[in-house]
Design a protein around this ligand. Structure first.
Ligand code: SF4
Length: 321
């Protein structure tokens, strides 16, 4: 999943692909059964309830995308292609892989939408950063026969208590069978910061994925959670006991209940505001330029009729009073 390197750690909103499906239209009981949560959605609430409100309840379109998130997405796309090609018996050379990265970068890059937060940093820096991540991974895994790919960008879903009230989903970068028969849930990170082992042992994202895959890739097989920190060329591993997974299940349900009960969605300002995709319209943001009217609550019902009479999510908010 994509990862953004921002001060203080990975930006929780980087994994937009994880959070797009499902519906968190409002917090009323009527829509509860349609809600599908994800790790990034939960993280968004934990890091700043106001941002959660903008994104998932008011459905305010993002003002921009950070360059770090943009590069992370391209790196993930290239690594997926690399594995698909290598698994088909055609191992591309590193120059070919980097060329593909450049091509995907250029095709997707939109200077009007992608924002470089660290002023004065040239675009070439981020391009080279992506190349560096890919080269590290390539050198570390060539000739890509150390394990067996079972799935790439695999969607997993999870119903925490079987009632349909606590549904989650996510996309796993890669699932592999290791030589010792263990199933590995692998995640690519492009952030500079490498968490401590202790932090990874408490990480929620991959542990939820472990619950999500259940016995799909082998009943009774040990499961390892594996993070590839591409920028540093480091791989870290963690495992969970059934008891730890059960505790996470309970904790996650409690968090979802808390989100549902939330009514204030107070802003939580931090260094992350500089990377926030709502920093221009959020009244609490220390990074407003004043060019955008502050966001305000959408009309009752959450959605405003489009000119053609339909209701569209992108119209579910207003500017100004
Ligand atoms: S700018 Fe800061 S306070 Fe406002 S929504 Fe974004 S993260 Fe929250």
């Amino acid at each position: 999943m994509e990862d953004i390197d921002v001060p203080g750690g990975a930006d929780p909103i980087a994994n937009e692909s994880v959070a797009t499906a499902g519906e968190v239209g409002d917090t009323s009981g009527a829509s509860v059964s349609r809600e599908v949560y994800s790790h990034s959605r939960l993280s968004s609430f934990e890091n700043c309830p106001r941002k959660f409100q903008y994104r998932y309840l008011w459905k305010v379109p993002a003002e921009s995308e950070s360059i770090e998130g943009f590069v992370g997405k391209r790196v993930h796309e290239v690594l997926e292609k690399l594995h698909r090609t290598a698994d088909a018996g055609r191992i591309p050379t590193l120059p070919k892989v980097l060329w593909r990265f450049q091509q995907m970068f250029d095709d997707a890059y939109d200077a009007t939408n992608v924002r470089i937060v660290r002023e004065g940093t040239p675009l070439s820096f981020y391009r080279e950063l992506g190349e560096h991540c890919i080269a590290n991974y390539y050198h570390d895994h060539y000739p890509f026969d150390r394990d067996q790919t079972l799935a790439l960008e695999e969607r997993v879903t999870l119903d925490l208590d079987g009632s349909g009230r606590y549904r989650l989903q996510g996309f796993i970068d890669r699932i592999a069978r290791a030589p010792d028969g263990a199933i590995e849930i692998q995640d690519y990170k492009t952030s500079a910061r490498v968490p401590s082992q202790r932090q990874l042992d408490e990480d929620r994202q991959l542990a939820l994925y472990q619950m999500g895959i259940g016995a799909r890739f082998g009943e009774g097989k040990p499961v390892r959670l594996v993070w590839h920190f591409l920028r540093k060329g480091r791989t870290l591993v963690s495992t969970r006991t059934p008891k730890q997974l059960e505790a996470l299940r309970t904790k996650t349900r409690t968090l979802i209940d808390r989100i549902r009960e939330e009514r204030v969605f107070a802003p939580k300002t931090s260094a992350l505001c500089g990377w926030c995709e709502y920093r221009e319209g959020c009244p609490a943001s220390p990074n407003r330029s004043g060019k955008v009217e502050p966001y305000s609550r959408p009309p009752a019902g959450g959605k405003r009729p489009a000119p053609d009479g339909t209701h569209k999510d992108q119209l579910a908010f207003t500017f100004g009073g």
